[in-house]
Write a protein that binds this ligand. Structure first.
Ligand SMILES: Nc1ncnc2c1ncn2[C@@H]1O[C@H](COP(=O)(O)OP(=O)(O)OP(=O)(O)O)[C@@H](O)[C@H]1O
Ligand SMILES: [Mg+2]
Length: 367
């Protein structure tokens, strides 16, 4: 490579050749730019990834490899990196970095940058990996997870409705008939007593069917919306576990799908965790919509735990919440310490482009 001597100034020819061989056998693009951001080193992988030859790129501004609309951001980042004096770091910690190929195609890269002060001035070396395939696979996986999650909710809705509308109704009709029969069997106490037992069982079955249906997915959520569904969840929690639960939610809050289901399921799983693990005496649920963002907190005053501790392999609740939050581009934090209660905090931005449509075809993939 013609540029190498400028980079390895002072090195013997043998060392320079060795370095050139090393750089050219690397799988990642390795590009060095000088203080003026002109390319002085450009390895073989860079040729392959960007589609420009070293001959074409040496002496060219680094910006030719960066999409035009990222030039300003790139300059700011380099200036900031300069100021920190850190010798090397990953680029784009909170965002994806992009490159542009000779064909004009933009593509995502994983990149790290390092700076080195030499007698000839500062040199920046950027190591880049084309992650187009990985990003595509991640997007596909996210789309699949979102579709699978939506499909599961549809399936739960269908079963809940059938249990509620078909089974519970039939059982109620049976009960009416049993009452009718019992009233006509006054002269036969043994038969009437049998019918009393049947009636008690029918009552139990109706109640169980309604409970199972509601646990699958409360019809309230689809019929009346998120607020009544969360109110039901909180009341049900207090009734079942005898722990007072305070709810703070704006009565007018209305969320479309997939947000309503996400918020409902997160509160549901958090309350199940409180019941199972916290030994709390008070719980507070807070759901608010502010500045285009839903914030949700479930805070208990129980025994707490170490969220950074080893995860039990059979524990899927918090992992499920994390996945759900990711599907809607939100953030999720568990605030907990042994002896200090637990707070689950979630922020979900609304009106963002989600990776998939919410309405999935019924014949789509299922989990
Ligand atoms: N509110 C809480 N109070 C105390 N500990 C908690 C609380 N929430 C979670 N934990 C701890 O975190 C662990 C992981 O919770 P997670 O919901 O992921 O799994 P799980 O409840 O054990 O099982 P699963 O939810 O899959 O039925 C729990 O086992 C428990 O030790
Ligand atoms: Mg759990």
């Amino acid at each position: 490579m013609s540029s190498l001597p400028s980079v390895t100034a002072g090195a013997t020819d043998g060392a320079a050749a060795q370095l050139a061989g090393l750089l050219d056998s690397a799988m990642d693009a390795i590009i060095t730019a000088d203080e003026e951001q002109r390319i002085v080193l450009y390895n073989r992988a860079a040729e392959k990834i960007f589609g420009w030859t070293a001959f074409e790129m040496i002496g060219q501004p680094l910006s030719r490899l960066i999409p035009a609309h990222f030039h300003k951001v790139h300059d700011v980042h380099v200036a900031r990196f300069d100021a920190t004096g850190v010798t090397s770091r990953r680029m784009g910690i909170n965002s994806v970095v992009h490159g542009v190929r000779a064909s004009g195609e933009e593509f995502p890269v994983d990149a790290s940058i390092s700076q080195l002060q030499t007698p000839e001035g500062k040199l920046y070396t950027i190591i880049m990996r084309d992650v187009t395939e990985r990003v595509r696979a991640q997007q596909e996986l996210a789309a699949f997870a979102a579709a699978a999650s939506a499909l599961r909710e549809q399936e739960k809705t269908r079963i809940a409705r059938e249990l509620h509308d078909e089974l519970a109704q039939s059982l109620t009709a049976l009960k009416m008939d049993a009452i009718w029969l019992r009233d006509r069997l006054q002269g036969e106490p043994a038969a009437a007593a049998k019918l009393d037992v049947m009636l008690a069982m029918l009552d139990g079955s109706v109640a169980a069917t309604r409970r199972i249906a509601a646990d699958l997915r409360p019809l309230l959520l689809d019929d009346l919306g998120l607020v009544p569904a969360i109110e039901w969840l909180v009341q049900n929690f207090t009734q079942r576990y005898g722990v007072p639960c305070e709810l703070e939610i704006n009565e007018d809050l209305e969320l479309g799908e997939p947000y309503a289901t996400a918020v409902f399921r997160i509160v549901q799983e958090s309350l199940v965790n409180v019941a199972k693990h916290a030994a709390a005496t008070r719980v507070r649920v807070n759901v608010a919509l502010e500045g285009g963002e839903v914030t949700l907190t479930v805070q208990d005053n129980g025994q707490g735990f170490s969220p950074d501790g080893p995860r039990k392999s059979a524990s899927l609740g918090l992992a499920g919440i994390r996945e759900r939050v990711q599907l809607v581009n939100g953030q999720f934090i568990v605030n907990s310490r042994p002896g200090n209660g637990t707070g689950v905090e979630v922020r979900i931005p609304l009106a963002v482009d989600l990776p998939v449509a919410v309405d999935v075809p019924v014949a789509g993939p299922s989990r």
